[in-house]
Design a protein around this ligand. Structure first.
Ligand code: ADP
Length: 594
């Protein structure tokens, strides 16, 4: 599978070093913010080193001297220190998150832009739910980690190094005892690295599977209802939900064992210090204040180690999200402009297929083979044939939704692969069977054909599409909202909006995929009339599903698995008694029966 291959080979196994290299540029626009955040984190780490030293002074110096004003002055100094610390903490808490949100914004921007460059095939092969969970959930985690991780690293390192230095100064032998525990902690946490990596990857995958299922069963809710398969869908959902639960439980098991182990080891360190330090104080080799300070520093020494090892957890989680981000971002589109691509401007619209062969993917059967077809500018051809013959496919090759494997397609003599994709798609208009309306007003939906079109042009387009009358009757006319939260238009009304869009777009080449479901006679007439108007002067391909609608077409192409097997006018094709005649007879018969 082409895209899955990209997923598993490239980004799925990227080493951390490379991922870091890919992630760092996201900090670049926010260097000031990052510097502020991290320097405040540094300050926080330093501030936390003061308390044990202060305690030592109070116990060893101030209390024995009985100097009450000195104690008060000391207290005031400490309050000031904590005021400063509070400011630092606020800055880290607020601006750190601002940094994270900014990075999240940029990551999301990049992945969204990239999505629109990807081949149509990517969308054939990737579930919407998968894309959604990568763009929404995974990036949220990543944003949190993008600032918490460096903050933690800095604070923890300062506390670690600072407390170590002070401990060495107070009593180096005792400090060495403490230090002996560090390698044990590191070795312990190293055993968890792979476990975390696998667990977090699996969490994200199972979550994405849930999203995928929700997306599908919601968009297909009518099918679910029509078949009364709610229980079946629910059971499938429960299965996915249970898989996620199991995956999550497995990872919190690791987290549980890991956290417990780390805490236990550092508590063990505390006991050792308490005992060894108590012994030293007992022997009189350290002062009482130094002993207390030491015990407080040890806590400040182990805590950052715990933080650091926990950062590893965070890092693995962020890495899992970033890998999934990169899987999409690293998917290269294959349909891109060639270096010297030319603009297709003011073209006439001659379309020529020569020796075209196409298949949807490696290992799949050829859908089209040796297709030769020449359509003159302004000509209208109707394409008919049994379903699955490749009518839709043939037409989707013209705007390069897919690239052909063999032969060439040219417009006005220029191979479409040498034209810029933007200008090619500007030159080709496509009216699809199921019209997609965006949420917004009727006006917005028509203006989609040419963004920024004037009200006058929009109304003219609606008129040409025979849509003006029904639009005027809508509650708010052109401003009526359609789409998910707006009024529901009938199939025929949607078709006319799509046709109005096309009048605005005004492309020299037109592809009409005739609606398969039959419309009421009035709509049908209105639509047929407006389509005739639309196709005037344009090279037009009509994918016809009902032969009645193309009886009068000047040129009918009959496409089967063997390519274009017949072409001509309706009467001639019927008289010649070939494939067309059989298709025609079948349709007439089904009409008579019904
Ligand atoms: P028609 O429009 O004549 O009914 P299509 O062009 O839709 O036929 O389909 C032609 C063949 O290509 C069918 O066998 C169909 O299964 C296959 N096909 C269509 N779209 C895709 C796709 N996106 N990926 C893989 N195969 C496809």
């Amino acid at each position: 599978h082409p895209y899955m291959a990209v997923y598993t080979t490239a980004a799925g196994t990227l080493p951390c070093r490379i991922m870091l290299k890919r992630f760092l540029p996201y900090y670049k626009p926010y260097l000031g913010l990052a510097a502020l955040d991290l320097s405040c984190a540094l300050g926080l780490g330093l501030a936390d080193l003061v308390f044990p030293a202060a305690t030592k002074r109070v116990v060893d110096v101030i209390v024995p001297s009985g100097d009450l004003p000195a104690l008060a002055r000391f207290a005031v100094l400490l309050v000031l220190l904590y005021v400063v610390r509070a400011v630092l903490e606020f800055v880290v808490g607020y601006y750190g998150h601002v940094l994270g949100v900014n990075i999240q914004h940029d990551l999301r921007r990049d992945i969204y832009r990239h999505l629109h460059t990807l081949d149509t095939r990517f969308f054939d092969d990737t579930k919407t739910g998968q894309i959604m969970s990568r763009i929404v959930g995974d990036l949220f985690d990543l944003a949190e980690i993008s600032h918490h991780l460096p903050e933690d690293l800095i604070m923890a390192s300062v506390r670690l190094v600072g407390s170590l230095i002070v401990m060495m100064a107070i009593e180096w032998r005792l400090a060495l005892v403490v230090f002996a525990i560090v390698p044990v902690l590191i070795a312990f946490s190293a055993t968890f690295r792979d476990k975390f990596r696998k667990a977090f990857k699996r969490n994200k995958e199972t979550m994405a599977a849930i999203n995928e299922h929700i997306e599908e069963s919601v968009s297909g809710v009518r099918v679910v209802r029509a078949f009364g398969n709610e229980d079946f869908e629910t059971a499938r959902f429960d299965e996915g939900n249970a898989t996620f639960r199991a995956s999550r439980i497995a990872s919190v098991w690791h987290i549980g064992v890991f956290n417990t182990g780390v805490s236990f080891l550092s508590n063990l360190g505390l006991v050792i210090v308490l005992t060894a330090g108590g012994y030293a104080a007992f022997r009189g080799s350290v002062s009482m204040g130094a002993y207390i300070a030491f015990a407080l520093y040890v806590a400040r020494f182990f805590q950052p180690i715990e933080t650091l090892v926990r950062s590893m957890e965070l890092f693995q989680e962020g890495a899992a999200g970033f890998r999934r981000f990169l899987e999409i971002v690293d998917t290269e589109p294959s349909i891109v402009d060639v270096p010297d691509a030319v603009e297709l401007a003011s073209i006439r619209g001659d379309v020529v297929f020569s020796g075209v062969g196409f298949r949807y993917g490696d290992g799949l059967d050829r859908v089209l083979e040796h297709v030769d077809l020449s359509v003159a500018a302004g000509e209208t051809v109707a394409i008919v044939g049994p379903s699955g013959a490749g009518k839709t496919t043939l037409c989707s090759l013209i705007p390069r939704f897919y690239d052909i494997e063999e032969g060439s397609i040219s417009i006005d003599g220029l191979d479409i692969r040498h034209a810029t994709i933007a200008s090619l798609r500007q030159a080709v208009g496509l009216v699809q069977q199921d019209v997609f309306l965006f949420s917004g007003s009727v006006r917005d939906n028509i203006a989609y054909g040419r963004l920024g079109a004037s009200d006058h042009d929009i109304e003219a387009a609606a008129k040409a599409a025979n849509a003006l009358d029904f639009i005027r009757e809508l509650p708010q006319g052109f401003e009526t909202l359609v789409g998910e939260r707006g009024v529901k238009l009938s199939g025929g009304q949607k078709q006319r909006i799509a046709i109005a869009r096309m009048f605005l777009k005004d492309p020299p080449i037109l592809i009409l995929d005739e609606a398969t479901s039959s419309l009421d006679t009035m709509s049908e007439l209105a639509i047929r009339e407006s389509l005739e108007r639309l196709s005037k002067g344009r090279t037009t391909f009509i994918i016809a599903h009902r032969l009645a609608t193309i009886r009068h077409a000047a040129r009918i192409l009959v496409l089967t698995e063997d390519g274009i097997v017949e072409q001509g006018r309706h009467d001639d094709l019927v008289n010649s008694g070939g494939v067309y005649k059989r298709l025609y007879d079948a349709q007439v018969e089904s009409l008579l029966v019904s």
